[in-house]
Design a protein around this ligand. Structure first.
Ligand code: ADP
Ligand code: 5GP
Length: 204
């Protein structure tokens, strides 16, 4: 049975991670997005089951006690967690999975050697540009923006712990870099850019 690969992707909020991931996932087949559970309220346009599974804190804590999460963390005052059964099931089917998780969750998974993973950090070109993007997105309150900017300084300290760093300055270039990393990582696993295993090896 083929086994997929985890792509652990972290970034300070507003760096452009969602924008980059959506573009690269539309280009490259065989990449699934792991839909996390969160206690955060949905932002305008977010759909339950698509962007996140939105749950109460009590429900999240009960699931956590049952060992449902592969990793979990408290970020900007809300709880976020990755579904263990969903990820393990998709990996067993040979599907590659993108985990959009914070620096704490990424550190937990990097320590667990059980699942093959590549880790990527997406950085904004500067803190003033990060603030412009957070404000330009128009989805967060002033209080939330200030909290996210404060946390960004701490999150940037974790960048050297990741295998890859993408500075999202010019969007097109950052998309090209992210796509190239996924394709290169798939080659390390003897797979095609589509994620399919390379059949010729088993035919020799
Ligand atoms: P994140 O998922 O990291 O919180 P988003 O993808 O929501 O960030 O991007 C934050 C804002 O910045 C959005 O309005 C997005 O359109 C914009 N953005 C993303 N990448 C760039 C870029 N390279 N240059 C300018 N604006 C960008
Ligand atoms: P947002 O509220 O902007 O969607 O996400 C806030 C932060 O939570 C981001 O850094 C995002 O990567 C992180 N996050 C989302 N899902 C998870 C998860 O399942 N686990 C962890 N550890 N972090 C998550």
């Amino acid at each position: 049975m083929t086994t997929g690969k985890l792509f652990i992707v972290s970034a300070p909020s507003g760096a452009g991670k969602t924008t980059l991931l959506k573009r690269v996932m539309a280009d490259l087949p065989g990449l699934a997005f792991s839909v996390s559970h969160t206690t955060r309220l949905p932002r305008g346009g977010e759909q339950d089951g698509v962007d996140y599974h939105f749950v109460s804190r009590a429900r999240f804590e009960a699931m956590r006690e049952q060992g449902f999460f592969l990793e979990w963390a408290e970020v900007h005052g809300n709880l976020y967690g990755t579904s263990r059964p969903a990820v393990l099931d998709q990996l067993a089917k040979g599907q590659d999975i993108i985990l959009d998780i914070d620096v704490q969750g990424a550190a937990i998974l990097r320590k667990s050697a059980a699942i093959p993973a590549a880790s990527l950090f997406i950085a904004p070109p500067s803190l003033p540009e990060l603030e412009r993007r957070l404000r330009g997105r128009g989805t967060d309150s002033e209080e939330t923006i200030l909290l996210r900017l404060k946390n960004a300084r701490m999150e940037m300290q974790a960048a050297p712990d990741y295998e890859y760093l993408i500075v999202n300055a010019e969007l097109g270039q950052a998309i090209d870099t992210l796509r190239a990393i996924v394709i290169a990582e798939r080659s390390r696993g003897h797979r095609l850019p589509t994620g399919q295993p390379i059949a010729i090896l088993s035919e020799l």
